[in-house]
Design a protein around this ligand. Structure first.
Ligand SMILES: [Zn+2]
Length: 160
């Protein structure tokens, strides 16, 4: 089934479409998706499974992106590992940054729009999922800098 093999292509990022939120909450042990309500905790993991020194939930990136190859425009979904290449930080850090810097998500999208990448796209294993997944993202421009670096410059924030 060659159609299910991951394909690698050169493409241009046109837009990150979910500018209202780039990330979602998960249980820090089993990574099940949790409601966005900060007080909701995983029902499946016992309290003993958690390391008391770490929070019980964390955030992961989930980006919906429009990309253009030389022949077509595609909508792809990009999860945490590949998205970190674009942002240069964890979803948690970006979420915290966005809390104090209005329009950070819109600006991040604007910063990354037009960048060229080599992307490896794969069909979702779950047949119900509608989008191709960008499983690997490699920036092509030599001067590429991750969104968080450009955002810190834009907002005049020193990186710690
Ligand atoms: Zn859990």
């Amino acid at each position: 089934m060659e159609a299910d093999e991951p394909t690698t292509m050169i493409c241009t990022l046109l837009a990150i479409d979910n500018t209202t939120g780039f990330s979602y909450r998960v249980c820090s042990v089993c990574e099940r998706t949790l409601p966005d309500n900060p007080s909701s905790l995983c029902k499946f993991c016992s309290v003993n499974a958690f390391n008391p020194r770490f929070p019980r939930t964390k955030r992961l990136f989930r980006l919906l992106m429009s990309i253009a190859s030389d022949t077509k425009v595609l909508n792809v979904i990009c999860f945490d590992r590949a998205a970190k290449v674009l942002f240069g930080c964890s979803a948690e850090e970006f979420f915290d940054f966005a809390k104090f810097h209005p329009f950070a998500a819109v600006n991040a999208s604007r910063i990354l729009d037009g960048e060229m990448f080599k992307m490896t796209l794969s069909k979702p294993k779950n047949g119900n999922a509608q989008h191709l997944r960008a499983v690997q993202v490699v920036p092509l421009r030599s001067g590429f800098q991750p969104a968080i670096v450009s955002l810190r410059e834009l907002y005049g924030v020193r990186s710690s």
